[in-house]
Design a binder for this molecule. Structure first.
Ligand SMILES: Nc1ncnc2c1ncn2[C@@H]1O[C@H](COP(=O)(O)OP(=O)(O)OP(=O)(O)O)[C@@H](O)[C@H]1O
Length: 251
């Protein structure tokens, strides 16, 4: 299997603190790869470097074999890097359909022919309706985002990220703040995307991680402790130590 993301020797320091310490990892094309680690392990710092929001001090990032280490966030999006956020970034006064229309327009922007605005607009709304029809949010198309539940907002975030047609989707805590039923829906939704889009999933909810991840990478104090299957991670004494002081099994 080829790699969609290759990170080599990535380093990021904040003063005396090394938040990303010589991290190398690979996300294979089509896999769901989880990135886990205790609070402060450096997960967000790593994701922010992948997105281009933070410049690494050293190391290299490749997307689909092409180096993107110094590309702008916008260029990375155009090359197929999508993301969802820990805190939603939706336009609250706009409806679900309008938010989706804007995301599709942002992706298609460069390809829209100025002299065919009406046709372009029609195709954007047709795509928005198709994507909403395939999601669980079709009935909420005309609802302002402000009136959605937290779970619905998380779902919409995912739909918007997919509208960018990413090759690799970075998911920053998609289960955060969700109740049990909503978490199960999100897990089912992400499972349904398996094989269609490669994913790097940062998540604290270990049930979700074990339900979804083909492979898991563990970060501790900025360093990559190990990468392995759920079973390998569960069994590893160093991982249990990092999470629980070695007393309990990671479940
Ligand atoms: N902009 C910054 N300036 C200084 N220190 C920072 C900055 N961003 C992060 N850090 C520090 O870097 C370390 C890693 O933080 P980071 O937020 O990446 O961890 P995390 O694994 O995402 O944590 P959590 O699971 O709590 O979100 C922490 O010690 C944090 O305090």
């Amino acid at each position: 299997m080829t790699a969609i993301l290759t990170v080599t020797g990535l380093c990021k320091r904040f003063g005396g603190l090394t938040a990303t310490d010589n991290v190398s990892l690979e996300v294979k094309t089509g896999e769901i790869h989880a990135l886990i680690g205790p609070n402060g392990a450096g997960k967000s710092t790593l994701i922010n470097q992948l997105c281009g929001e933070l410049a690494p001090d050293a190391g290299r990032i490749e997307l689909g074999g092409r180096e993107i280490t110094h590309d702008s966030p916008e260029d990375r999006v155009h090359q197929g890097l999508g993301r969802t956020f820990q805190i939603t970034s939706l336009l609250e006064d706009f409806t679900v359909r309008q938010n989706l229309g804007l995301a599709i327009q942002a992706r298609a922007g460069g390809n829209l022919r100025i002299w065919d605005r009406v046709g372009a607009r029609r195709s954007i709304w047709a795509e928005a309706d198709r994507r909403l029809g395939e999601s669980g949010l079709a009935a909420r198309a005309g609802t302002p985002v402000a009136d959605l539940s937290h779970g619905e907002k998380k779902q919409l975030e995912l739909i918007l990220a997919l509208a960018g047609e990413p090759r690799l989707l970075l998911l920053d805590e998609p289960m955060a703040g969700l109740g049990h039923v909503e978490s199960q829906q999100m897990i089912a939704g992400l499972n349904g995307l398996r094989g269609h889009v490669s994913m790097l999933l940062v998540e604290h909810d270990m049930d979700a991680v074990f339900a979804l991840a083909d492979r898991i990478s563990v970060l501790v104090y900025g360093q990559l402790l190990m990468t392995g299957t759920a079973e390998e991670i569960r069994r590893d004494a160093r991982v249990r130590e990092a999470y629980l002081g070695g007393e309990e099994e990671l479940c």
